[in-house]
Design a protein around this ligand. Structure first.
Ligand SMILES: *Cc1c(COP(=O)(O)O)cnc(C)c1O
Length: 405
């Protein structure tokens, strides 16, 4: 912010400008602007936006996760100086690769962006003409193979490159699908159980036919080990979301693995512009924020954090169960969003409110609370809450259930 003293000082070294504009008039104007502003603005309130307790999880529609102060400090710091963007990416990539004990890394525009530039890198290598040719696939390998059960909305990140998706359902079909047009084989960790071919076999087939592999692990932190596991296992490229469990910037992510492919992937990113990835920019602030979020995550006491989440889920479960007719189920998803999670259901002939209406009441209450669920139950996680908020969530749920019992 421009202070009166700073302004007068800068004007005093520019006497011509100062006298031309009239120092007193200009400074008075700037001052009246700054005086009118409070030290911190409540932007969301100003905009008339509802904020809420996030008892749901890391959902893009709910703006993902909250960053720790160390991360926002890094972002603020980044905004104070210029650096060369490529040099910054080089240095941070090397640092992240060292932290995660993998060959190479880059900060991407989310896991989605990592998929697009990663595949583009695999297809074009360091060939500038090919880079500039995309998304026209003429003469390029233009097929990506994945299992039918892995084909979720995010495979559009692959289609963005210009490729065709080839879906297979068995090991036999997978091997048969491989041909000289095959650019890459893609695996979705979250849907491991929805595919017949698991990690090791998938890699074994790919290696046999010399096909590059990519695994989408966007929502697979925690556990922390996953940050190391899949590069070690042999996947050429591994993608994580920056703004989910890692609690980095919501529009950042990590692309880890093979140096040759990741350097080629960066051919498709800014500052270069003759490419499909120019819009997938990661600014210097978020590059730093991502690095610091990762450092913080690696330093965290994961066992302690897990115990806290278990305690919070137990507390909410106990409060719900104190109302007669209520059932709860505590579970941990096997793949993706692996955190203690709660499902609350009840006998709807005894407690006369539907899960949807209960969720609506939580949303419309003060403070507002967001949950997940469908017709059968209300779903809760606590990992995206501030400690202490679990008590508010627990008592609100009990209160609404009791009122309808
Ligand atoms: C969230 C998610 C993505 C997208 O990640 P962003 O970091 O938001 O780009 C991709 N794949 C899966 C499985 C996800 O859960």
């Amino acid at each position: 912010m421009v202070t009166r003293r700073k302004l007068l000082k800068s004007l005093s070294v520019l006497p011509f400008v100062g006298s031309m504009l009239g120092t007193e008039l200009l400074s008075a104007q700037v001052l009246s602007n700054s005086v009118a502003q409070p030290a911190t603005r409540d932007f969301f309130k100003e905009l008339g936006l509802r904020t809420f307790i996030n008892a749901a999880g890391t959902y893009t529609s709910m703006t993902g996760s909250l960053m720790h102060k160390e991360v926002t400090d890094a972002i603020s710091y980044g905004a104070t100086e210029y650096v060369n963007l490529d040099e910054l990416h080089d240095k941070v990539g090397e640092r992240i690769a060292a932290l995660l004990d993998c060959e190479y890394a880059t900060v991407s525009s989310g896991a989605f962006g990592a998929m697009t530039i990663g595949l583009a890198g695999v297809i074009c290598g360091m060939d500038k003409e090919k880079v500039e040719q995309l998304p026209d696939m003429k003469g390029l390998k233009n097929e990506v193979i994945l299992q039918k059960g892995h084909n979720i909305v995010y495979t559009h990140a692959l289609k963005n490159v210009g490729v065709d998706i080839v879906l297979v359902e068995s090991r036999k079909e997978l091997e048969k699908a491989i041909n000289d047009k095959t650019a890459m084989m893609w695996f979705l960790n979250a849907n491991t159980d929805a595919g017949e071919v698991k990690h090791e076999e998938f890699l074994q087939i790919a290696k046999k036919h010399n096909i590059p592999t990519f695994i989408d692990c966007a929502a697979d932190v925690p556990p922390v080990e996953n940050l190391f596991k899949f590069t070690k296992m042999g996947f050429d490229l591994v993608a994580f979301s920056g703004g989910k469990g890692l609690r980095g910037p919501q529009s950042a992510g990590l692309l880890l693995g093979n140096k040759k492919f990741i350097q080629a992937a960066r051919m498709h990113t800014p500052p270069r512009g003759f490419n499909i990835g120019r819009g997938m920019k990661v600014n210097k602030e978020e590059v730093l924020g991502m690095l610091v979020a990762l450092e913080l995550y690696l330093q965290r006491d994961h066992a302690e954090e897990w115990k806290m989440w278990e305690g919070q889920i137990q507390l909410i479960s106990d409060q719900a169960l104190s109302v007669e007719g209520v059932n709860t189920e505590i579970h941990v998803p096997k793949y993706a969003n692996c955190v203690p999670s709660l499902r609350i259901s009840w006998d709807q002939t005894r407690i006369k409110i539907s899960p949807e209406d209960l969720r609506k009441e939580l949303r419309e209450g003060h403070p507002s609370i967001e949950t997940v669920g469908g017709k059968e139950n209300v779903g809760i996680t606590t990992w995206m809450m501030d400690p202490g908020q679990e008590r508010i969530v627990a008592s609100r749920i009990r209160e609404i259930l009791l009122k309808n019992a």
